[in-house]
Design a protein. Structure first.
Length: 197
């Protein structure tokens, strides 16, 4: 089925299209919609539901949203739901990924506990009173120096000890097999197989 992904982030759309191969992922821009949503929720789920419902009200068609981010327990869960806005002053544009990553590394200086996890909360809205949700995580560590050029965002800092690689060092297909978005997207595809469309 055709799903409109409530995002302004092309990387997410590209990844989700690969993850949900049986479906067609389009973005608001494809429909000439300038999508903007202020994320005021206090959880990934509230923000993904909010984004999806906001776009559903504009289109009336099946909408999917992904709210995701990186959580570092040693930083009390930061950047967390503020992952996109990390380091940006209120009202200012988001930082570019390399600057955000440099900030995270500086915040982690001298910290021994490097544990981290990504979260992806995905919501599919089929009707005003009909929605489905899946939320998944992937665990890893914050490496001390950026490695790799694949993926996006915090991927060059997110180290998977069992592979001795950061996510940015993995081919896209491998990232999608293990990532928070890959896991949530597969669950969502399985949910779609079981519902009346
Ligand atoms: P939309 O809200 O328009 O979908 P966004 O980029 O602002 O796009 P989020 O609010 O969900 O999305 O913020 C997610 C941020 O978390 C994203 O900008 C990245 O910095 C980071 N992030 C999420 N998934 C990631 C991934 O797979 N790899 C690396 N960083 C990721």
């Amino acid at each position: 089925m055709e799903l409109i992904l409530a995002t302004g982030n092309n990387h997410k759309a590209e990844e989700l299209q690969e993850i949900m191969k049986d479906h067609r992922i389009i973005i608001p821009r494809d429909l000439g919609i300038d999508f903007d949503f202020e994320e005021t929720g206090t959880t990934f789920f509230e923000n993904s539901y909010g984004k999806a419902m906001h776009l559903f009200k504009q289109t009336g068609k099946p909408v999917i949203a992904d709210d995701s981010g990186l959580c570092v327990p040693a930083l009390d869960g930061a950047p967390g739901i503020y992952s996109a806005r990390y380091g940006a002053a209120p009202g200012e544009p988001d930082l570019e990924s390399p600057e955000r990553n440099a900030l995270l590394l500086s915040q982690m200086e001298g910290i021994e506990n490097r544990e981290a996890f990504f979260v992806c909360s995905m919501v599919l809205i089929m009707g005003e009173y009909r929605f489905f949700a899946a939320q998944e995580t992937v665990e890893g560590e914050i490496i001390r120096e950026s490695r790799g050029v694949g993926g996006f965002g915090y991927d060059p800092l997110f180290y998977l000890p069992h592979l001795n690689k950061t996510i940015a060092e993995l081919p896209a297909e491998e990232k999608n097999l293990l990532s928070h978005r890959g896991l949530a997207g597969k669950k969502m595809a399985a949910i779609i197989d079981t519902i009346n469309i």
